[in-house]
Design a protein around this ligand. Sequence first.
Ligand SMILES: *[C@@H]1O[C@H](CO)[C@@H](O)[C@H](O)[C@H]1NC(C)=O
Ligand SMILES: *[C@@H]1O[C@H](CO)[C@@H](O)[C@H](O)[C@H]1NC(C)=O
Ligand SMILES: *[C@@H]1O[C@H](CO)[C@@H](O)[C@H](O)[C@H]1NC(C)=O
Ligand SMILES: *[C@@H]1O[C@H](CO)[C@@H](O)[C@H](O)[C@H]1NC(C)=O
Ligand SMILES: *[C@@H]1O[C@H](CO)[C@@H](O)[C@H](O)[C@H]1NC(C)=O
Ligand SMILES: *[C@@H]1O[C@H](CO)[C@@H](O)[C@H](O)[C@H]1NC(C)=O
Length: 666
Amino acid sequence: MDAAGLSVAVWVLSLGMSSDPCAGHTYVLDDGAGLGRVFDGIGGLSGGGATSRLLVNYAEPYRSQILDFLFKPNFGASLHILKVEIGGDAQTTDGTEPSHMHYENDENYFRGYEWWLMKEAKKRNPNITLIGLPWAFPGWVGHGKNWPYDYPDITAAYVVNWILGAKQYHDLDIQYVGIWNERNYDSKYIKLLRYTLDKSGLEGVRIIASDNLWEPIALSLLLDPELSRAVDVIGAHYPGTTTVKDALQTQKQLWSSEDYSTLNDDIGGGCWARILNQNYVNGLMTATISWNLVSSYYEELPFGRDGLMTAEEPWSGNYVVESPIWITAHSTQFTQPGWTYLQTVGHLAQGGSYVALTDGKGNLTVVLETMTHDHSVCIRPPLPPFNVTSQNATFQLKGSFASIQELQVWRSQFNFKTKKPSFFEKLAPLKLIDGSFTLNLAEDEVYTLTTITAGQKGSYPEPPPSARFPKAYKDDFNVRNPPFSEAPDFADQTGVFEYYINLTDPGPHIFTLRQVLTQRPVTWAADADQTISVVGDYQWQNLTVSCDVLMESVKTGVFIAARVDKGGQSIRGAQGVFFWVFADGTYKVTNDLAGNTVLAEGQSGTRAYSWHTLSLTVKGQYASGLLNGYPLWKNAVVLTPGNGWAAIGTHSFELAQFDNFAVVAE
Ligand SMILES: *[C@@H]1O[C@H](CO)[C@@H](O)[C@H](O)[C@H]1NC(C)=O
Ligand SMILES: *[C@@H]1O[C@H](CO)[C@@H](O)[C@H](O)[C@H]1NC(C)=O
Ligand SMILES: *[C@@H]1O[C@H](CO)[C@@H](O)[C@H](O)[C@H]1NC(C)=O
Ligand SMILES: *[C@@H]1O[C@H](CO)[C@@H](O)[C@H](O)[C@H]1NC(C)=O
Ligand SMILES: *[C@@H]1O[C@H](CO)[C@@H](O)[C@H](O)[C@H]1NC(C)=O
Ligand SMILES: *[C@@H]1O[C@H](CO)[C@@H](O)[C@H](O)[C@H]1NC(C)=O
């Protein structure tokens, strides 16, 4: 549909003007003049990065319950789309996700949790649309440079391998693939990706570009017909519900391929309601994808609780079904990808918006929102102030819908004045008189009116209460949790820490955790120069961390740490108490990951290819360390930070192993 569709909506508004202010406006819903664009669905994004990290470690039945709230049709969010990060070994906002090819001659399609997540989603909804997008790439892809397009054939083959692996090892059909998240694209690379997909029998996989702003990709597509043939969808991030002329002119599907990114409290739910409707009303976007899918990362990492729901406590089993789940359900449970928007969509006269979609077989779903400015604040981009007031809205059904006699009604009320919101309530069906009905709309409400009767507000018994991370924690890495390659609760912030088996070891170090990167990746955020994985309770102040360590290089060092105060994109600036030993026989205690502030140093006799046991105790303003059970240093003065996670890591991108990790916190 083009701008003509919008003018129809405006024209309908003015027709509805009435002299009685109480009667409100009349809005016509009609397919008589043709339909609008085809709807592609609503989705969530796992990754960019490591946003589902803690989900995999939930015990049953809680893990399945969370997945049901996300993916099970007619239960909760009932998502149509799952987009995942193609792990690239680098820090991509809340952690690193492992690549399927750490090294050039390495291929492994069982790392990380995205394969598992996609399979769980598909188990619940066999029709779910799957999308993959890289944020970062292993270092070898860029031949050591932070740029994946110098060797476009290598990058394309790397991405296509991931899609082939999804099919071969997990029977997953990836339907869409992107270029490089929120980074420049390269037209030559996009064309080569198309060619490589086709050559590999993946003609059906469609390309999204460029997961950044509308421009310059829209203009490039207009100017370059070959590029335009390669790209199927323009995906823009955080479009603020609007698009641009060039994008409309390409005639491509327009998607908000990353959106929302707002705290998932009730105001966040209001933001999501407004986005879901107005991305089409204002911007003709036919898919919207939430960053992120589920808040399953330590809350103190960047953008804590920005997912559709919260599941950040695998140790307690507690999870929270937040308002965005039910706001999603208002649309997803009563539409499917392949339905078509009516041209008659638009803004409500006293603020808010409405969309209407049909399956082309007589079914109609209308979603309305009257979110007020203050109660639907999205983090990016902030919207200029606007007013919404209570209003009466009359809808007149015409065309194929003229004879509809009854509509199912679902309502959410944010009720900020009474502080008692209610979400996704089924009301009595609405009887239509001559194809018409009137709604008395209050502020901050969402309504679905639909011929579809299958909707359901799914529920489970309350999960266990929220609890802090256990104060005594240990992992010898012997008991593993297939199919995952990572140890529970460790959240890699630079580097990749994987389960490792050394069958030639006589014991006790057959099963260990190994940092496996040997080269700096093609990064997306600013990775640290060291590798680090954090674990535990951010509020920990006084604790003892201990771990067995093995350096597999004479050039490196390893550390254990406490009170690590930063992660995610801020990892380079992390402070804490870091106890390092090096293969050259020295040790160091530093106040920061970068190693600039030295609190103590000296000889340790540590060397590569030999196991050592490190122990670090921090209490109040003092820290001390043991090596192999003997005091090595003590009374190092630690003024800041006062609290933070425990951590392990390496001094550089070199192999190292960790075993018998333990924390005892006060
Ligand atoms: C809506 O209509 C009802 C009568 O049906 C009237 O009492 C009410 O004031 C109207 N509301 C508004 C906001 O005009
Ligand atoms: C999947 O899509 C097909 C075709 O549209 C439909 O018949 C089927 O009911 C859908 N299955 C689910 C679980 O939604
Ligand atoms: C609407 O959808 C339902 C369920 O998918 C289907 O059975 C029915 O035939 C459709 N058409 C109408 C007019 O309800
Ligand atoms: C919202 O309404 C108030 C009070 O009527 C008015 O002063 C203000 O200009 C309006 N703001 C916008 C953006 O329309
Ligand atoms: C595996 O164990 C053997 C025997 O202890 C040891 O020599 C070797 O260095 C270990 N290899 C790795 C990669 O840890
Ligand atoms: C940590 O230890 C210091 C010094 O003993 C004490 O003042 C502080 O209250 C302790 N913090 C916690 C959380 O126990």
